[in-house]
Write a protein that binds this ligand. Structure first.
Ligand code: IMP
Ligand code: MG
Length: 176
């Protein structure tokens, strides 16, 4: 058990298991992107740990860029997405893979995907570490997902509680 600020969290997904699932997802990408040079767009801050582990398992040439949107406030989604850091490159006619830590309500993705599609990429897919299918409020097409989880608040492996806890190697779930 760990304590972050006012909350306690139990071990939920040990690092070894995360590593196995990330390897599996990387193998799917290795099969699908052989001979292509896609641009990975990782969403800050949460996806930085996943993205760093993922790219080191990829065996095709690719670029990586970072962008930042915000929809979360403490433990509750605000339902509003703000662009905090925009994309510094042209993705027209490029194969694009959006790398996300977790898809919760799907609000972030449902706003970001049309915005990226309007820039004319050749292809656009989502690769997410985690998904909470029970909370998904919009229809989004997620081709690559390492793990599905129930509707619980989690921290670690890049995910935070109120800005803290991203450094834990494993994923922890909040104790009710
Ligand atoms: P969505 O827009 O509701 O899909 O929320 C997506 C974003 O909310 C993710 O990129 C995370 O940064 C954050 N988020 C969602 N669920 C959790 C969680 O359980 N722990 C920490 N952050 C979360
Ligand atoms: Mg995020």
């Amino acid at each position: 058990m760990i304590t972050i600020k006012d909350k306690q969290f139990d071990l939920f997904i040990p690092h070894e298991q995360i590593n196995e699932r990330v390897s599996k997802l990387a193998e799917e990408l290795n099969a699908d992107y052989q001979g292509k040079t896609p641009i990975l767009i990782a969403l800050l801050n949460g996806a930085f740990v996943f993205a760093a582990d993922l790219v080191r398992k990829l065996r095709f040439d690719h670029e990586i860029q970072f962008t930042k949107y915000s929809s979360y406030d403490g433990m509750n989604t605000t339902g509003k997405v703000k662009e905090l850091i925009g994309l510094p490159i042209d993705i027209k006619d490029k194969d694009v893979i959006v790398v996300e830590d977790i898809i919760d309500t799907g609000t972030t993705m449902s706003e970001l995907i049309p915005l990226l599609k309007s820039k004319g990429p050749k292809s656009l897919e989502i690769a997410t570490l985690l998904m909470k299918p029970g909370k998904l409020a919009v229809n989004i097409d997620v081709k690559y997902c390492a793990m599905n989880i129930p509707n619980e608040f989690i921290v670690g492996y890049g995910l935070d509680y109120d800005g803290v806890g991203r450094n834990y190697k494993s994923i922890y779930v909040v104790k009710e």
